[in-house]
Design a protein around this ligand. Structure first.
Ligand code: PGA
Length: 249
């Protein structure tokens, strides 16, 4: 069985003052009934990790370099994320694929680096609106899964997030039928490639405009094990309502 996971992606948002939201989340969820993860900007990762300590919320980063160290100005390695207290890293987010030209091959190399350093990789896939309109969604998601995920992963070191690009930050979400179709497809592909035990143990998150008002409906979908949440993860009250919906699903 895949673990239920509510994951927050703070993107390029947050300074010292934002850590008050973490205090509020720890107070509200001392023992959450699902995994809870926050991926703040790299500048806050160590501070947030220390603040949480051995608490109930895991932390992670939003990207890592594929190499362990060296002359890569501005980048951070998977080892550095571990060193800062992070346990997860989001890889291949569509904003990285678009803004930084990240290909499946690059995401694959980063995922290997992350897993090698003992992190859990949250690999993101998802189609643009043009690709959906052209009927290419499953082909695209299938090739992103095949290309971005290295061999040898397990349910303990891989999470996959389906994030339709057109649903991110737009307030639009797919129909439940569309989410069911893609999540069932992803589960089948993972089982086919890695076997039933591993394929069924990988948590499949939906991401893109998840809010307190739509979370319960999305979490009722069989192969949705949680969410990757952007805007609604910045405030403890909103993210808390999403955690509640996942705990109760
Ligand atoms: P959103 O972002 O929840 O703000 O739509 C989701 C994401 O990009 O991970």
């Amino acid at each position: 069985m895949a673990q239920k996971l509510a994951a927050g992606n703070w993107k390029m948002n947050g300074t010292e003052a934002s850590l008050a939201e973490i205090d509020a989340m720890i107070a509200a969820y001392p023992e959450p009934g699902c995994g809870v993860l926050i991926c703040p900007p790299a500048t806050l990762l160590e501070r947030m990790s220390r603040r949480i300590g051995r608490g109930p919320i895991a932390t992670g980063a939003q990207d890592c370099h594929m190499n362990a160290k060296g002359a890569h100005t501005g980048d951070i390695s998977a080892e550095m994320i571990r060193d800062a207290g992070g346990a997860y890293v989001i890889l291949g987010h569509s904003e990285r694929r678009t803004d930084h030209g990240e290909t499946n091959e690059i995401v694959n190399a980063k995922t290997q680096a992350a897993i090698g350093a003992g992190l859990v990789a949250v690999v993101c896939v998802g189609e643009t609106l043009d690709e959906r309109d052209a009927g290419e969604t499953l082909d695209l998601v299938g090739s992103q899964l095949a290309g971005s995920i290295p061999d040898g992963v397990t349910g303990d070191n891989l999470v996959v997030a389906y994030e339709p690009v057109w649903a991110i930050g737009t307030g639009r979400i797919p129909t439940m039928e569309q989410i069911i179709e893609v999540h069932d497809f992803m589960r089948a592909r993972l089982v086919e490639r890695f076997g039933a035990e591993t394929g069924n143990a990988v948590s499949l998150l939906y991401g893109g405009s998840v809010k307190p008002s739509n979370a319960a409906e999305i979490f009722a979908v069989e192969n949705v094990d949680g969410a990757l949440v952007g805007g609604a993860s910045l405030k403890a009250a909103d993210f808390g309502a999403i955690i509640d919906a996942l705990q109760n699903s």
